[in-house]
Design a binder for this molecule. Structure first.
Ligand code: NAD
Ligand code: MG
Length: 318
C-alpha cells in the first residue's frame, strides 16, 4: 500500500473498494491474478459514456499507481484524458511530477472533474479542455489553451477515440464512418501539427493505437482501419521528427475495461466475456497501460522511436 492508496476523495467509495485493496504497480505480483476476471453485465450507456457509471468499476490507478519522479516538471496534453486509458495516463503523469491538460466532450464533465481532483491531490496542475475533436477549430484551440494553461508543452498524447461496432459495411452509417476518422485520425494530425510549434527537442508524442490494427474484427471495419492509420502515422512522424529531437511512438492496448466498450464499442452479448480470450485470461485495467506511456514520455526511452508498444495480455503481434 502507498500513501496514495489511503487517500480519500469525493468519488463513489463503495464502488472503489475493490481497487483500494490493490497493491501498487511496483509490487511483485502475478499478472494472472493481479486483477479478477470481470464479467460485466450487459449494460447500455449513450456515447461517450462515463467511468462514473461503468459496471464494474475500472482501476485507473487512483489507489495503485505510485510515481517515482520520472516526469518532474513536464507539461502534457492528453486527449480523452477524462476516462479509461487517458485518465490512467493523466493520473500516472501527475504522480510522476507532470502538469496535465485533458480534452473531453462536454458530456464527460463529471469524469473530467474527478481526474482534476486526483491530479491536484498529487500537487500538480490540471487544465480542463471540453470540446469536440471533430471540430478542426477545437483541435487547434485545445493546443493553444493547453500551452497557455501549462506554460508550454513537452508531451502530447493523442488518445481520444471513437469505436462503434456494426455487423456489416452495409449497415455502417456514413456519419459514423466520417466521425470515427475525424476523432481517431484527423484530430491526431491536426493536434500534432498545432503542437509542433511548441515542442522543444526532448519532447515526446504518444499515440493510442490498438491490437485491432493487426487483428481486425469483422464488426470494426472503420475503427480497425483508423488504428492501422495511427500506426503508419507514428512510423512516418517518428522519422520526420527524430532529427529535431522529438520522439513519436504508439501504445497498442488489448481489451481494456473502459466506457468505450459498453457504449456500443462491442456487441452487448460479448460484454460478459470481455477480455477472457487473452493468454492472461482477463481484461486489462486502464492503469496497466500507464507505465507504457510513462516510459515512452520519459527521457529514459531516448533511443525508442516509431515503436508500437503492445500492452495486450499476451496476444501475439507482428
Ligand atoms: P474512453 O471512452 O474512456 O476514452 C475515449 C475518449 O475519447 C473519451 O473519454 C472522449 O473524451 C474521447 N472522445 C471520443 N469522441 C470524441 C469527440 N468527438 N471529441 C472529443 N473527444 C472525444 O475509452 P478508452 O478505451 O480509454 O479509449 C482511449 C483510447 O484507447 C482510444 O483511442 C481507443 O481507441 C483506444 N483503445 C482502447 C481499447 C480498449 O479495449 N478499451 C483497446 C485498444 C485501443
Ligand atoms: Mg470519457
Amino acid at each position: 500500500m502507498t500513501d496514495q492508496s489511503t487517500s480519500t476523495g469525493s468519488g463513489d467509495a463503495s464502488a472503489d473498494d475493490a481497487n483500494r485493496e490493490t497493491t501498487d504497480q511496483l509490487a511483485f505480483q502475478n499478472p494472472v491474478t493481479r486483477y479478477p476476471v470481470i464479467e460485466p453485465p450487459e449494460q447500455d450507456q449513450p456515447e461517450p459514456g462515463l467511468d462514473a457509471k461503468l459496471l464494474p468499476k475500472s482501476d485507473r490507478g487512483e489507489f495503485s499507481y505510485r510515481g517515482t519522479g520520472r516526469l518532474e516538471g513536464r507539461r502534457a496534453l492528453i486527449t480523452g484524458g477524462d476516462s479509461g486509458i487517458g485518465a490512467a495516463v493523466a493520473i500516472a503523469f501527475a504522480r510522476e511530477g507532470a502538469d496535465v491538460a485533458i480534452t473531453y466532450l462536454p458530456a464527460e464533465e463529471p469524469d473530467a472533474q474527478e481526474i482534476k481532483r486526483i491530479v491536484e491531490e498529487a500537487g500538480r496542475t490540471a487544465v480542463l479542455l471540453p470540446g469536440d475533436l471533430t471540430d478542426k477549430a477545437f483541435c487547434e484551440s485545445s493546443v493553444a489553451d493547453a500551452v497557455a494553461g501549462l506554460g508550454g508543452l513537452d508531451i502530447l498524447v493523442n488518445n481520444a477515440g471513437k469505436q462503434i461496432a456494426q455487423k456489416s459495411l452495409a449497415e455502417l452509417p456514413d456519419e459514423q464512418l466520417v466521425q470515427t476518422y475525424e476523432v481517431n485520425v484527423f484530430a491526431m494530425f491536426r493536434i500534432t501539427k498545432a503542437a509542433l510549434a511548441h515542442l522543444q527537442p526532448g519532447s515526446t508524442i504518444i499515440n493510442t493505437t490498438s491490437i485491432v490494427a493487426y487483428m481486425a474484427p469483422e464488426v470494426l471495419v472503420d475503427y480497425a482501419s483508423t488504428k492501422a492509420a495511427i500506426n503508419s502515422f507514428t512510423k512516418s512522424m517518428g522519422q520526420q521528427l527524430a532529427p529535431k529531437g522529438i520522439r513519436v511512438n504508439a501504445v497498442a492496448p488489448g481489451p481494456i475495461w473502459t466506457p468505450l466498450q459498453p457504449t456500443d464499442g462491442q456487441p452487448k452479448e460479448e460484454l460478459p466475456t470481455f477480455g477472457q480470450s487473452t493468454p492472461l485470461g482477463r481484461a486489462g485495467q486502464p492503469t496497466e497501460l500507464a507505465p507504457a506511456y510513462v516510459f515512452l514520455a520519459s527521457p529514459e526511452s531516448s533511443y525508442v522511436i516509431g515503436e508500437t508498444l503492445n500492452v495486450n495480455g499476451g496476444m501475439p503481434t507482428p
